[in-house]
Design a protein around this ligand. Sequence first.
Ligand code: SAM
Ligand code: SF4
Length: 329
Amino acid sequence: MSELIDDFDRRIKYVRISVTDRCDFRCVYCMGEEMTFLPRDQVLSIEEISLVARAFTELGVEKIRLTGGEPLVRRNIDELVKNIGALEGLRDFTMTTNGAQLRRYASSLRQSGMQRLNISLDSLNPERFRELTRTGNLEKVIDGIRAAKEAGFERIKLNAVILKGRNDDEILDLVDFARDEGVDISFIEEMPLGNVSEHSRQETFCSSDDVRAMIETRYPLLHSPENSGGPSRYYRMADSSSRIGFISPHSHNFCDTCNRVRVTCEGRLLLCLGNEHSTDLREVIRRFPGEIEPLKQRIRESMSLKPHRHHFTTDGDVQIVRFMNMTGG
Ligand code: SAM
Ligand code: SF4
């Protein structure tokens, strides 16, 4: 039973932890072309992140997702995954990755107790993939997806951010790819995180309803009550085991049932994605090195900071200047 209950009676069971702000890709909706990354001493160490994960599980959190930046570029990520995989009370341990390093890491992640993986994939066209990620190699990511399948993860889900005029013509191809590979796929609406100058978000915004209508031209979607503890709404197709999810922060507000918080790679606990309501865990961790009780106390106290709902819009008014790689998607 989670001890973490906020002022709106929402029980926090899910923590996303960003393990680095660095990445080997520069996706156009996530980062600028030139990025300045944090000095290493400002980023939590592997031991410090392990302590944070333990504190949350002792407070009743059952699900942890590692993200970034790209978690697989973090040095000693193996060690962190092993530490977290061994925590008592954890029921669901996952990672969101761009997939480029999975050939190297998939089997050790699985062996350390990670159960599920989300792998980002926005295009099946190599040139376009390169354009959207600026540095990514599609072949490597597809090979990474296959490595994850071979490693025997319980579920693998692809994440696709759809931008109008950029990759919305690939929606059906992406669904077919997911069906052929026997994996799930979620479509994500672009969120206005960070001041991205590469494209105008007003022009590229593609709603989940539009994506769904496009899919239904080929596959009627059956509503599925399944829930992975996150913000996705799921659908099934009659003739496939692949599920289709939609993450729609704009068109469908999911704040009422929000059961999660985030920790940035600097150790800032964010109580809501779209708000600046946060508290500094790193300060407590470094003031009381290796001690878990002060950290747990700070986390408990922070619950009153969780706002009722997020506030961001697609009208071009960027209210949130953090980039996604800082907070973890
Ligand atoms: N590097 C890993 C990856 O790409 O999967 C993990 C971190 S990434 C920030 C997590 C997810 O956030 C990815 O699926 C990515 O597509 C998504 N994302 C990044 N920027 C976004 C934005 N502005 N709006 C919506 N989703 C975004
Ligand atoms: Fe890197 Fe993931 Fe951001 Fe792309 S979405 S730049 S892979 S952190």
